[in-house]
Design a protein. Structure first.
Length: 326
């Protein structure tokens, strides 16, 4: 059973959504990958998919010119119309603006002056900005004494407690005239890098470092001297070696001081000593030789005895010195 109502049916037309009518005026970046808007072309520089919303012009990623095939044909003609189209597509970037060039030049000059000033500042060049991680291992410095190491550890713990206490403390400034209240922030930072106590301890260790290094070097030299005992090699006796004169060719081979020093290092240095001092060195009874100058010898060292003898008083001193050391 059906009942008729007196109402008549009306047809309602559904309007389709037109994407083209929803385009924003001008060029805007769009990531639709040409799925919502029409494809212009792929950028030849970076491969970006340029849709109709982005339009023709510089690529939003690499700034290379992107245009349609029709526009490219016009640009290839190299006519006045091509130049006008190029200026239109590139906008302000195609024109040479003296103000823009002047601004860029001034920025470059300022940056250059900044780099030169930083390079000329020795303290700024050698300064390390982030030393927080290094200060955690300050107590492992080999030039610190036990007391200084304990002082640094205790001071770092004290600074850590002070920092935690400050973070938990809330300071509020009350302005009675305006009736406002605001939180007060303290500018000073509690850091071990700039702590005067730690810096004073480190300064002492820096002064001690050259002394310790020199002492260690002296101990190594003394150890090397005590272990060195010269030996007499009979094969180098002057009675067995032929007397070969200095050849002219060998004279020509030594052309400069560097070649001369290299030749001397290869053949060895010879130190002439009076008797019986030379014999004392040969048999290992004497190991130290006072020398008025600072010399650096590389290569073999040969000891030779002179024809003269030292005074009897010096011989007595040498014998007494040997008796004490033996």
């Amino acid at each position: 059973m059906s009942h008729k109502t007196g109402k008549t049916a009306k047809k309602v037309e559904v309007q389709k959504y037109d994407i083209e009518s929803d385009l924003k005026p001008g060029r805007h970046p769009c990531e639709c990958q040409a799925r919502l808007h029409k494809l212009i072309i792929n950028c030849m520089g970076c491969g970006r998919i340029v849709c109709e919303q982005e339009g023709s012009g510089p690529c939003f990623f690499c700034a290379q010119l992107v245009c349609t095939k029709e526009e490219q044909e016009i640009l290839d003609r190299k006519s006045n119309k091509s130049e006008q189209l190029m200026r239109k597509l590139m906008g302000e970037t195609s024109g040479l603006s003296l103000s823009a060039v002047s601004k860029s030049m001034q920025q470059a000059i300022d940056y250059r002056n900044k780099l030169l000033a930083a390079d000329a500042d020795t303290e700024r060049v050698t300064r390390v900005s982030d030393l927080e991680s290094d200060y955690y291992n300050l107590e492992n410095n080999p030039y610190l004494t036990a007391d200084e190491r304990e002082t640094i550890i205790a001071r770092k713990e004290e600074l850590r407690q002070m920092k935690m206490k400050r973070e938990k403390t809330l300071v509020i400034d009350l302005d009675l005239t305006t009736g406002t209240a605001k939180e007060s922030k303290r500018d000073e930072n509690i850091e071990s890098t700039n702590d005067p106590v730690i810096q004073a301890v480190l300064q002492k260790s820096r002064f001690r470092k050259p002394q310790v290094s020199a002492q260690n070097l002296l101990e190594e030299q003394r150890k090397a001297i005590n272990e060195f005992v010269p030996k007499y090699d009979a094969s180098y006796s002057s009675a067995k070696l032929p007397n070969i004169p200095f050849s002219f060719n060998e004279d020509l081979s030594i052309q400069d001081e560097e070649s001369l020093f290299a030749e001397v290092e290869r053949k060895g240095y010879c130190i002439a000593l009076d008797q019986p001092l030379a014999s004392f060195f040969i048999y290992g009874l004497r190991k130290h030789l006072p020398w008025p100058e600072d010399i650096r010898i590389k290569g073999p060292v040969l000891l030779a005895a002179t024809a003269t003898s030292i005074a009897k008083s010096k011989i007595g001193k040498e014998e007494n010195l040997l008796k004490k050391n033996l």
